[in-house]
Design a protein around this ligand. Structure first.
Ligand SMILES: [Zn+2]
Length: 71
């Protein structure tokens, strides 16, 4: 039961690969919406409770660099 609840409450990082809109989704049991800026399907990246992510905006060819680190 606790494991099921923990899996439901995982956090996800939502990224639009088209316009780079980003947000966090605090309850991964929720449906991933489309990008509110351009309407493209968002990519969902799971984030563990002990992870932090750093987002770096590179040039327009490379796009975004997302790095995950465990605490
Ligand atoms: Zn977008």
């Amino acid at each position: 039961m606790a494991l099921v609840e923990q899996q439901r409450n995982k956090i996800s990082l939502l990224v639009c690969n088209s316009c780079y809109w980003m947000s966090s989704l605090l309850d991964s049991s929720k449906e991933v919406p489309n990008c509110p800026s351009c309407g493209t399907t968002l990519e969902s990246l799971p984030v563990e409770n002990n992870e932090r992510c750093t987002i770096e905006a590179a040039d327009t060819k490379t796009g975004l660099i997302v790095e995950f680190q465990r605490a």
